[in-house]
Design a protein around this ligand. Structure first.
Ligand code: COA
Length: 293
């Protein structure tokens, strides 16, 4: 049976269900999260309810905050990714974010990570529960037609099953449920990039209008940095976004960042990768979704 946890000051926290979707969307919208694949999108929150954990915080039966985690299982064990944490702005600073984290991360010895916003409460809160801030994740946007395709690379559309199989073979991480969900988004498509005919990177692009772009890309182990960078450039050059516009989130040290900036792409925002251990993600190789990694 689901239990409410009383956190003082009239706050209670509990696991969310499908009947909370509307209230969660209201909190997301009040926090400026609107549109496709945000907390305001039932498809996104439904995915988290099915494959992760979603919690809501209430004040006198009114939902004022929500948060979500997703376990990412690799050969080294399960890492818990904090996908979302949002509190109605009128209620910031009264302990709601901390209460939600207590529900979602009861075990403070487990490996945990998140992409923290620059909200002044976020970094201190995550630091206090054991995470460290390691590197910035840049939100890069630009024109795919300005990206020169690197020599020898070809990119082909692919089914999410094949993309997930490549990723699992290279990294040991099964992301098939996420690749399927991303591929079901507007303009969603799986992609495999090959160098001289040999598949070396696989991922999914998706999104609407300005939100369209490369969501997640995995690459073969032991690829030299230059080829990791080229795999991202090859995939971006192959995307047909609205008016050529697309986005991708890259760790600042990723080898594709400098050539994209040189091609006129712009860093429009950044999050901070925060994690209990620095090596939960490799900033020279990963192309993560800010929500699901
Ligand atoms: C980030 C967010 C979820 C935190 O929730 P909250 O309810 O405001 O946070 P809490 O009140 O539980 O905790 C904030 C903590 O930060 C501390 N804090 C706030 N400002 C601080 C500062 N400038 N320096 C150091 N600590 C600070 C508070 O003292 C508090 O710690 P305490 O419990 O030890 O007193 C909420 O502010 C929010 O929704 N922000 C906008 C959306 C967002 O950016 N979400 C993060 C996505 S990663």
């Amino acid at each position: 049976m689901q239990r409410d946890r009383h956190c003082g000051d009239g706050l209670t926290v509990r696991g969310a269900t499908g009947s909370d979707l509307e209230a969660i969307a209201r909190v997301a919208e009040a926090a400026g999260q609107r549109g496709e694949w945000t907390g305001a999108d039932p498809a996104y929150v439904g995915h988290l309810l099915r494959h992760g954990r979603v919690a809501v915080a209430s004040d006198e039966d009114r939902i004022i905050g929500f948060g979500a985690t997703r376990g990412i299982a690799s050969r080294g064990g399960v890492t818990s990714m904090l996908c979302d944490l949002f509190v109605n702005p009128a209620q910031h600073g009264r302990g709601c974010g901390r209460a939600l984290l207590g529900e979602l991360w009861p075990d403070q010895s487990a490996p945990r990570m998140t992409f923290s916003s620059q909200h002044p409460h976020a970094l201190p809160l995550y630091t206090s529960v054991g995470l460290h801030a390691w590197w910035p994740l840049l939100y890069l946007t630009g024109d795919v037609r300005a990206v020169r395709p690197p020599a020898g690379w070809t990119v082909a559309p692919s089914a999410p099953e094949a993309v997930s199989r490549f990723e699992a073979g290279w990294t040991g991480v099964d992301r098939s449920a996420d690749h399927h969900a991303w591929a079901r988004r507007p303009n969603g498509t799986g992609l495999v990039a090959a160098l001289d005919g040999r598949p070396l990177a696989a991922g999914t692009a998706a999104g609407e209008g300005e939100g369209f772009g490369l969501v997640h890309l995995a690459s073969a182990p032991r690829l030299p940095d230059a080829q990791v960078g080229d795999s991202v450039l090859a995939v971006l050059a192959a995307l047909g976004g609205a008016d050529g516009h697309a986005r991708v989130c890259l760790p600042a040290p990723h080898p594709a960042v400098r050539p994209l900036l040189a091609a006129g792409w712009r860093a429009t925002d950044l999050d901070l990768f925060m994690a209990t251990e620095v090596d939960l993600l490799d900033p020279r190789r990963c192309v993560p979704s800010p929500a699901l990694a």
